[in-house]
Structures are given as structure tokens and as C-alpha cells.
Design a protein around this ligand. Structure first.
Ligand code: E4P
Length: 216
């Protein structure tokens, strides 16, 4: 499963890239609003840092406007993926962008039918929002399983990108269900490497080593 990082922070992306585990980045207007500077410049910097796909979202709500913004966003860098909301206008824009081989990410997907429609429109990535569904007492991970099953059933080429991830165990579950990618916020990405038994095991090894290192 590919690991994307869900942030517009250049510093966080740099740190994650150094781990060598970073396959791509997803941003959205809310994430960009937390950073200093012009959004396009931030996106340009991010796209230089990461070789993989960098999702940048359109903010127009009509398909003509989305297509105009898509072209501007694609002008920033070759690895920009145009993020389009799951609306009827979004589907129209996805159809056109897919015919032009522009990589896309259909965002704000909350049920399996939406995911099916996005795939039929030719989205490269489809982003079901796990955490936001859990927030309203629905089952976000069940949706990941449904999307993977439907795409398998019909040989659809879109990739399931588990989004709105809040917990490390959601990354494990998404991988077990066969999601192609998960986009992970930086704190959760750091948590993934942790286990209390790793910490206590390392502390014990180091303490034992201290007892014998003078013997050399
Ligand atoms: C990813 O593409 C989404 O924009 C993001 O995962 C949303 O996460 P949130 O629900 O934590 O805002």
C-alpha cells in the first residue's frame, strides 16, 4: 500500500521524505490555509520535494471552472494530481480530465455508489473519508472494503485512497482490505513506527550492553 502524507507543511513533508517511505502528498484548501504564503507557491515547493503525486484541489464548483483551475494547477508541476469534489460537476470535469490523461483524485467520497461513479468517470484516485464517517457514527472502514470489492468486481482501474485517517490502526485495516493507498496525517505517520514493546525492549538491550561494554 502506498503511503501518502496528508499535509501542506513543507517541513513535515521533508521529514517524512527523509524516512524514505513517502509515495505522495495530499493537500486540500483547509490544509493550505494553515500554512504561510501563497498556495500555488507552497504547492510548487511540495511538488519539487516529492517525486510522487501531489494532490491539489480545485475550488470552483462548476465543471468549466474546475477544468480551468485544473489546467492552472497542472502548470505548477508535472506531478500535480487534480483533486475534484464528488459532485455532478466534479464527475463532468473528471470525465474530461481522464480523456486528457490528467491524473485526478476524487475527494469527499462518503458512500460506495459515489466511489463507483467516480471510478466510471475515470478518476485515478478515489478518496473515501474514513474519519469523518466515523465522526458521525458510521463505519468508515466498511466503506474502504466496499470500494475495494466493487473495483475488483468490475476491474475498475481507479485506486482506493483511504483518506481522513485519524489512527494508526486505520492504516493497518486499510492495508488488510486492499486499499491502494492511505493518506496519513504527520502525527499518525510518526505513531505508525511506535510500539511500547519496541521501546522497552530497546531500553533493556541498552541497559544490558552498558553492563558488559567495559569487557571489550
Ligand atoms: C485527503 O485528501 C483529505 O483532504 C483529508 O484526508 C481529510 O481529512 P480530515 O477529515 O482529517 O480533514
Amino acid at each position: 500500500m502506498k503511503f501518502f502524507i496528508d499535509t501542506a507543511s513543507v517541513a513535515e513533508i521533508q521529514q517524512a521524505a527523509e524516512l524514505g517511505l513517502l509515495d505522495g502528498v495530499t493537500t486540500n484548501p483547509s490544509l493550505l490555509s494553515k500554512e504561510q504564503g501563497a498556495p500555488r507557491e507552497i504547492l510548487r515547493e511540495i511538488a519539487k520535494l516529492v517525486a510522487g503525486p501531489v494532490s491539489a484541489e480545485v475550488t470552483a464548483t462548476d465543471s468549466a471552472g474546475m477544468l480551468r483551475e485544473a489546467r492552472e494547477l497542472r502548470g505548477i508541476a508535472d506531478n500535480i494530481v487534480v483533486k475534484v469534489p464528488m459532485t455532478l460537476d466534479g464527475l463532468r470535469a473528471l470525465r474530461v480530465l481522464s480523456a486528457e490523461n490528467v491524473p485526478t483524485n476524487c475527494t469527499l467520497v462518503f458512500n460506495a455508489t459515489q466511489a463507483l461513479m467516480a471510478a466510471k468517470a475515470g478518476a485515478t484516485y478515489v478518496s473515501p473519508f474514513v474519519g469523518r464517517l466515523d465522526d458521525i457514527s458510521a463505519d468508515g472502514m466498511q466503506l474502504i472494503g466496499q470500494c475495494c470489492a466493487i473495483y475488483r468486481n468490475y476491474g475498475l482501474e481507479s485506486q482506493v485512497l483511504a483518506a481522513s485517517i485519524r489512527l494508526p490502526q486505520q492504516v493497518t485495516q486499510a492495508a488488510l482490505l486492499g486499499a491502494h493507498a492511505a493518506t496519513i496525517p504527520p502525527p499518525v505517520l510518526r505513531q505508525l513506527a511506535n510500539h511500547p514493546l519496541t521501546d522497552s525492549g530497546l531500553a533493556k538491550f541498552l541497559a544490558d550492553w552498558e553492563k558488559i561494554e567495559n569487557r571489550m
